[in-house]
Design a binder for this molecule. Sequence first.
Ligand code: AMP
Length: 324
Amino acid sequence: MQPTGNLHLGNYLGAIRNWLKLQQHYDCLYCVVDMHAITLPQDPAELRAATRSVAAAYFASGVDPKRSIVFNQSQVPQHAELAWVLNCVGRLGWLDRMTQFKDKAGKNSERHSVGLYVYPVLMAADILLYKGTLVPVGDDQKQHVELARDIAGKFNRDYNAPDFFPLPEPMIQGPATRIMSLRDGTKKMSKSDESDLSRINLTDDAAMIAAKIKKAKTDPDGLPSDIEGLKGRPEAENLLSIFAALSDETLGNVVQRFGGQQFSALKNALADLTVSVLGPINADMRRYLADPAELDRQLKAGCGRARDLAEPVMRDVRHIVGFN
Ligand code: AMP
């Protein structure tokens, strides 16, 4: 996750909440990608603070630094080193197809950094450096994981190193792969949305959460009794999906429960549920952030473990490409 802006409910439901389950069954690395953050301009002091804040959100949500490796990308220089090699493997035509670059750069793409354009190659390095096989991402990142797969395959073929990099797969899980804005059910909930009312931040207190849900956009009809009835009603679908994800239920169940009721009933129940899930995380985050030295110590330990995994892979890569 990038240390830019506030983490929000979309990040929590689309990413972090799944990580908690994964760490029970897999060897996991969870990275705060500060090098990805500078593909757009960042204030250095804010970047430093946001890196701690994302780490605090990971730990407060239940990512366990004993089970999983939690670290920040810039402190493991092998990410940048591998990214360079992979820049020379990936093709311009492949990157030209990346929809996230088009979304982020907009019409003025010529004025954006080269880094923003090659962002997906750095992401491929993040994955392949650990010979990662499964990448838990939201729907929006699927194309980037597919690119990482193409780059891994081409590296293996170009250097006649069959199976050196495993071909990673995106792991898109859960009912909440795409949480939408509270102000517009057709737009993704995003930290870059101008309106703070569009998202629930992990740092929002109970009153703020309730107020934002109360103000969430709706449509004039009552709630449908089956999933079919959600067609063309993005706001209803979004609020019900958030409810389902937070309560670990299927969307079908939740739709049935609120069928025929008014939005106000759903909003009241959703506000209570959201506060009950995010409240303890919020309190824990504050506790972590009150002790930055301890957070730094945890991150440093994670970086050490990540480097121990990364360096042998990088040593092989240097050898394969003909360095030294
Ligand atoms: P980002 O906010 O782009 O740094 O994304 C960090 C992680 O959160 C990625 O795995 C995204 O797929 C996920 N994510 C971000 N926004 C949403 C959203 N609105 N719904 C679901 N997942 C999201």
